[in-house]
Write a protein that binds this ligand. Structure first.
Ligand code: 5RP
Length: 262
């Protein structure tokens, strides 16, 4: 027996389902990380299995690679694929220009590399991720473990000169030890409240020795697919300047809902 989907899961699922329309046989597809991206991977897996969709996926984390293999999607590395047709991923926040905060799941580095190496990046998100100004969600910054406390202090000192409200950061933990990314680094979450100039912020933060990458995705996302709990989806395309709305009909007895592992 499957439980009915909650409104938030429905929103994530319909966004993911609608984003599948951007995927065609023969494509190399960047596969994002997180709970919304997991819906996408499951939906694509279903299309591979039932409709003969023939794609190669480039996962943005070991978690996503595992799920993609489980659902029957062929997986390769970015070095093998070199350039991708499309990347579809979740986000922690997006604004009206489709600038993003990502990295809530700790995969921002691979996510940024993969999205940047794609003709198109599509973000799938529920409505709660839409913000006027980025920064309420703590900004993840990936740092090398060596001297991370010094890097943290330098970041906090730098915050004083930037257009942000907060000036503290916390090391992301996994139980008693720092959370370690797929690249063997740590994550500092920056509590900024509001980022006045995200473009400038990203450039300045990346200059600090020890910082590998930050979770601001500026001018990378082309389309955002926003899901709602009642099955509606909005598609905002920044290049075309269009917003379209539709409704995704589904029955949650689909196979997809019986093999949920997270
Ligand atoms: C992982 C990410 C995720 O895409 C982001 O955290 C959104 O996750 P979810 O879909 O679970 O809300 O950036 O690093």
């Amino acid at each position: 027996m499957t439980k009915p989907l909650s409104p938030i899961d429905t929103a994530k699922f319909v966004a993911a389902k609608r984003a599948c329309d951007y995927v065609e046989s023969g494509m190399r597809v960047g596969l994002g990380t997180g709970s919304t991206a997991a819906w996408l991977v499951r939906s694509l897996g279903e299309m591979v299995r039932d409709d003969g969709l023939d794609i190669v996926g480039v996962p943005t984390s070991t978690r996503t690679a595992e799920l993609a293999r489980q659902v029957g999607i062929k997986v390769t590395t970015l070095d093998e694929a070199k350039w991708l047709d499309v990347t579809i991923d979740g986000a922690d926040e997006f604004d009206a220009e489709l600038n993003l905060i990502k990295g809530g799941g700790g995969a921002l580095l691979q996510e940024k590399i993969v999205a940047t190496a794609s003709d198109q990046m599509i973000v799938i998100a529920d409505k709660t991720k839409q913000v006027e100004t980025l920064g309420a969600f703590p900004l993840p910054v990936e740092v090398v473990p060596f001297g991370w406390q010094t890097t943290k202090a330098l970041i906090e000192e730098t915050l004083a000169s930037l257009d942000v409200l907060g000036d503290s950061s916390t090391i992301r933990m996994n139980g008693d030890a720092p959370f370690v990314t797929d690249e063997g680094n740590y994550i500092l979450d920056l509590h900024l409240g509001r980022i006045g100039n995200a473009r400038q912020f990203g450039i300045v933060i990346n200059q600090i020795p020890g910082v590998v990458e930050n979770g601001l995705f500026i001018d990378i996302c082309d389309v955002v697919v926003i899901g709602h709990g009642d099955g509606r989806v909005e598609v905002k395309d920044i290049t075309k300047g269009t917003t379209e709305e539709s409704v995704i009909e589904f029955v949650d007895t689909e196979n997809l809902f019986s093999d949920l592992s997270d």
